[in-house]
Design a protein around this ligand. Structure first.
Ligand SMILES: Cc1cc2nc3c(=O)[nH]c(=O)nc-3n(C[C@H](O)[C@H](O)[C@H](O)COP(=O)(O)OP(=O)(O)OC[C@H]3O[C@@H](n4cnc5c(N)ncnc54)[C@H](O)[C@@H]3O)c2cc1C
Length: 385
């Protein structure tokens, strides 16, 4: 029957695509609902892909025109003193993110997924051992890959994300950074309390943004213009640029939700809270977890393997160390330790862990570090932090 599926997935971004592709490749009848008509429209992510995702997932097959390899991180203290970090063989891919989202939609269609663009999930109810999704049909499994404020979680009685960062970013189409081969990251309690700001060259221009702790009771509008005035020149952003589209959204940072699954309804990606609480990177973790869930559903349909609900819970990363690091970073109220200690071994070690995991980075020598203080890079643009 045309409206009978093995699996209905809500959301055609990274988590939804991974889950649907894993299930479709194993022969399941999969339907994906995406409320946007154009999957590349209204983006909420910078779209930087880490090396592990590029080398271990389908994202490694992205066309070369949609990605740009970046091998270095430049980390700036609030004073704009900086260190350069790199690790042999390590890199990130900045992306033409609208192009990536459209490519994912093409992959879904190529693998026989029934992709319904411009179709929002509204409600679902249990019918025997299946879910009936309003206006779509029935499926044994329903997966919520519908982002940080998941409607699937709400309608199916699953857990909610409790803690968020809020990220906002400007795009500068066709712009070029003075140092395009580095991801420029800025520590600033004033502009980005609880997280950092960043500037990156992508295949078609520059992205610059910041994220900060999201406190609904004391919501504050991120001062991205003030931030770029302060750091733009140090980060090599050309002067007097007019921003193009803005990307903004909530970033879960409180770890996986509970329950993550029950009665054939399963959450993946941001809906499941699967985002690193330290880096705020969610693409790789979302992909790995959602792929595992898609495979588990397919195996279960063949009467093999444990229940997908159990797999979804067990495969969800807990981020225990990263949550502890986030707690500590959140409670450090001053900028001066970063100004003072940026080139020190403990801070360098922490930065290595954040950006490159356990691999060793190659720092600048102390003299290089000193010569890349604001004085040497042209000074600050506006007043100090
Ligand atoms: C500003 C910002 C920058 C970020 N930068 C990075 C980065 O550089 N690297 C990184 O790894 N992570 C980054 N993240 C985090 C990362 O983007 C997310 O973790 C990742 O996109 C999660 O993918 P997802 O598929 O779970 O959810 P999302 O990407 O949020 O996708 C959810 C999808 O569901 C659709 N949807 C929602 N509700 C419905 C509905 N009712 N019906 C149908 N469809 C629906 C949406 O339209 C959307 O397409 C960033 C986040 C933000 C906010």
């Amino acid at each position: 029957m045309p409206n009978e599926f093995d699996l209905i997935v809500v959301g055609a971004s990274f988590a939804g695509a991974a889950c649907a592709l894993a299930a479709a490749q194993s022969g399941l009848r999969v339907c994906v609902l995406e409320r946007k008509r154009d999957p590349g429209d209204k983006l909420r992510t910078t779209g930087i892909i880490v090396k592990e995702a590029a080398e271990r997932t389908l994202l490694g097959q992205l066309p070369a025109s949609l990605v740009r390899r970046v091998e270095q991180v430049r980390l700036y203290a609030p004073s704009l003193k900086q260190i350069a970090l790199a690790a042999p063989g390590c890199y990130f891919l900045t992306t033409d993110t609208p192009g990536v989202m459209r490519w994912l939609a093409d992959q879904l269609r190529l693998h026989g997924v029934d992709l319904r663009l411009g179709t929002a999930f509204r409600d679902a109810r249990r019918e025997g051992d299946a879910w009936r999704v309003d206006g779509i049909g029935r499926a044994r499994w329903l997966v919520g890959a519908d982002g940080a404020r998941s409607r699937v979680a709400q309608r199916c009685g699953l857990g909610h994300v409790r803690g968020f960062l809020y990220g906002i970013e400007y795009e500068f189409p066709h712009a070029r950074l003075a140092h395009p081969d580095a991801l420029h990251c800025f520590i600033s309690k004033r502009y980005a309390p609880g997280y950092i700001g960043w500037i990156a060259q992508n295949p078609g221009g520059v992205q610059a943004g910041l994220a900060l702790r999201h406190d609904p009771a004391h919501a504050r509008v991120p001062d991205i213009d003030g931030f770029l005035l302060r750091v733009g020149r140090a980060g090599g952003l050309p002067l007097r640029l007019t921003p193009g589209p803005t990307r903004a959204g909530l970033i879960p940072c409180s770890g996986p939700v509970d329950p993550i699954a029950r009665d054939g309804a399963i959450l993946v990606g941001d809906a499941a809270g699967i985002v690193s609480p330290v880096t705020a990177g969610g693409i790789h973790a979302a992909w790995e977890h959602a792929w595992t869930v898609g495979r588990a559903i397919a195996a279960h349909q063949r009467h093999e393997g444990p229940s997908p609900e159990r797999i979804a819970a067990e495969a969800a990363p807990r981020f225990r160390t990263k949550r502890a690091l986030r707690w500590a970073y959140d409670r450090l109220p001053f900028d001066w330790p970063f100004d003072l200690l940026l080139c020190s071994p403990p801070l360098r070690w922490a930065a290595e862990q954040v950006y490159f995991g356990a691999r060793r980075c190659e720092p600048l020598t102390p003299s290089e570090c000193a010569t890349r203080s604001p004085r040497a890079t042209g000074g600050t643009i506006a007043g100090g932090d």
